[in-house]
Write a protein of this length. Structure first.
Length: 309
């Protein structure tokens, strides 16, 4: 698959990819700031491009007005994208093309199992493997639907041509990582039973089509990386470098997220919000103006993570 033309620009391109399911909270500003700093820290001041992509495929979870609110919050913090934002909901043809490619290569298969079917089969196999509340699919439909209607499409992690089901990579902050996707995650969904393209597929297609060289995002997403590397290999797409930034925890120790109703980020005093995000990234507090603070953090970031192509 050749997305976005053969010649990628020889420059750093990073992105912040919020889902418009609500306004930014303190945790999402940490991820936004980290990816912005990384782009600005590239190549000793000749800074890289920083893009914003709205991951709005899950329409029922999207909230009216969240896009403009997020853009206003970023603007208040002087985190300005270098190009107009893109929206996944407007890029469906690209995801369809990727699925067609995977079907053609025999790397995905239709699955007719309901959650109940999967539970029953796992019990029959004496397996109760579940991770993050998700069942590890036992591969029931790999050999055919046996009369069941197709519900979702799954990536075949044990197909003969998937050479790296056990994936190794180096996270720029977390260090060496390894995941055996076939056993830990199983054959994961790329096209959901409601007809929606799964996050794993869309993110891989978009990162390639937008020539993203460096993915900087919250550590809660680190666990998805191996699946994304497998999909990149299956689609013959380049693999960006990954850095997963620290999470902000709520007082009860849980990660801040829109799902657990984290408070909307107050950007009426941007330096206050940015200082809190910077602290989560291990950067020193800054007392000057926003522009000075950002410039100082770019220098520290370059020293800590030195983004290179
Ligand atoms: N849309 C995802 C989120 O808001 C981010 C995905 C990514 O950065 O890969 O958590």
């Amino acid at each position: 698959m050749n997305l976005g033309g053969a010649s990628a620009p020889a420059t750093y391109t990073g992105r912040f990819a919020p889902s418009p399911t609500g306004p930014l909270h303190a945790g999402s500003l940490v991820a936004a700031l980290a990816s912005w700093l990384d782009a600005r820290a590239w190549n000793a001041g000749k800074h890289g491009r920083w893009l914003v992509r709205f991951e709005d495929l899950d329409r029922p979870r999207c909230v009216n007005g969240a896009v403009s609110r997020i853009l206003r919050q970023l603007q208040a913090c002087s985190l300005l994208p270098d190009e107009p934002p893109v929206f996944q909901s407007q890029r469906i043809a690209l995801y369809r093309q990727a699925i067609d490619h995977l079907v053609g290569a025999g790397l995905v298969y239709p699955c007719g199992c309901s959650r109940r079917d999967i539970e029953v089969e796992l019990a029959r196999l004496g397996q109760t493997r579940a991770r993050h509340g998700e069942l590890v699919y036992p591969g029931t439909c790999r050999l055919g639907l046996r009369g069941k209607p197709a519900l979702a499409w799954r990536f075949h992690t044990q197909a003969a041509t998937v050479s790296h089901a056990s994936v190794d990579w180096v996270d720029r902050r977390l260090g060496p990582q390894q995941q055996d996707v076939a056993t830990v995650v199983g054959d994961f969904v790329v096209l959901r039973s409601d007809g929606q393209f799964a996050y794993q597929l869309a993110v891989v297609v978009d990162d390639a089509e937008q020539h993203i060289t460096h993915v900087v995002r919250g550590e809660d997403l680190a666990d998805n990386t191996a699946r994304q590397l497998l999909l990149q290999a299956a689609l013959a797409l380049p693999t960006p470098q990954y850095l997963h930034s620290p999470l902000v925890l709520a007082a009860n120790g849980e990660k801040l997220s829109k799902q657990n109703a984290a408070q909307a980020l107050d950007t009426s005093r941007p330096l206050l919000a940015l200082n809190a995000a910077a602290a989560a990234l291990g950067l020193p507090e800054h007392a000057g103006g926003v522009a000075d603070a950002l410039a100082a953090w770019v220098k520290t970031w370059r020293h800590l993570y030195n983004p290179v192509l």
